[in-house]
Design a protein. Sequence first.
Length: 418
Amino acid sequence: MAAIPAPPAAPPKPTWDPGPHEGPFPWLRPTIRIRLTLLYGGMFLIAGILLLSIIYLLAAQALREGNALPFTIVDGGPIRVTSTTCPGLATGVGTGLTPEAFQSAISQCALDQRRHALDDLLSRSLMALLGLSIIAFAFGYAMAGRVLSPLGKITRTARRVVGSDLTRRIELDGPDDELKELADTFDEMLDRLERAFTAQQRFVANASHELRTPLAINRTLLEVHLSDPGAPVELQQLGKTLLATNERSEQLVEGLLLLARSENQIVERKPVDLAEVASRAIEQARGEAEAKGVEVRGERALAVVQGNGVLLERIALNLVQNAVRYNVPEGGWVEVTTEVQHGEAVLLVSNTGPVVPAYEVDNLFEPFRRLRTERTGSDKGVGLGLSIARSVARAHGGRIQAIPREGGGLVMRVTLPL
């Protein structure tokens, strides 16, 4: 009896290394808290020293002015006293004031001169404080911007990652503080996300390629049998059914492959006119529209964007085909317009059709989701059209929005940067 082979060992679980642990003296690490403490403490100390020095100089000047004699003794004949600050002392000996009155006038004049010096000291100190405050705020603003600049870099990288560009990294240089630790952790997270998304897209692409071959063989065999004029009617009917099923599977595989491709950021970009793209999509869907009695109309203005023309044409074709297929039985129309608004190119596809509840709009962009139909059960498509359109729009840095129309139908709005 042959031995039963042992089951393969389970692959090791992925682990995440948070980085080196803290050293024996974590308080010596140049953290943001310590740096900000030293920075603002040093700024406060410097500002205090400058303010104290200015006040000292102003006080010395005020004391020098306040201690000056408020009068001058003039020689040449009888003793006379003159004063520019105290006009009441301008007199001569024996011709004016008594000694008591003269001493009182001198005291009052000294008080006035001291009060004037203190007022001048106060005004100059306030001006110095105002100047130092302006300098301190400007210097603090500059230093705070320098300290917080890594956060701006992290934010800009995160915004680029939101645009499906997982190849971006922060790669922050500088001291080993909390911001660098946050940036390194964010980079490690992006590495894992990029590997996961790449593996998922590779799997979908490989599976789609592997499924293409058997589906192509099945289609060839069915077409060969259907071309036999001697085949029974039942066999021909079965062959047509199988051929339609096989065609639907091929569309599904092509949609999965395109969806995997469109999830990536567009690297090679060329000028593409949305008006030309929309016109080509209308020409491809015109036969189906005429067969269903749907009128296709609309004016398309020049709107040139940078992107991949094949993928952008897929957006327009998917939207036009959906607008034609999900329409009213009689008197339906589809309006396709392109224009430039607020520095962005806009593609609008409006149509008549069934009433779409507002809570159902977001579900339409999910793969294999249709209006009031969760999975299969519809012969109008494979349920990937709007998912592909949204992925392509995101890959081009744009967005797509569905708005229900009053009376039925949708308005699909695609906005792309110029």
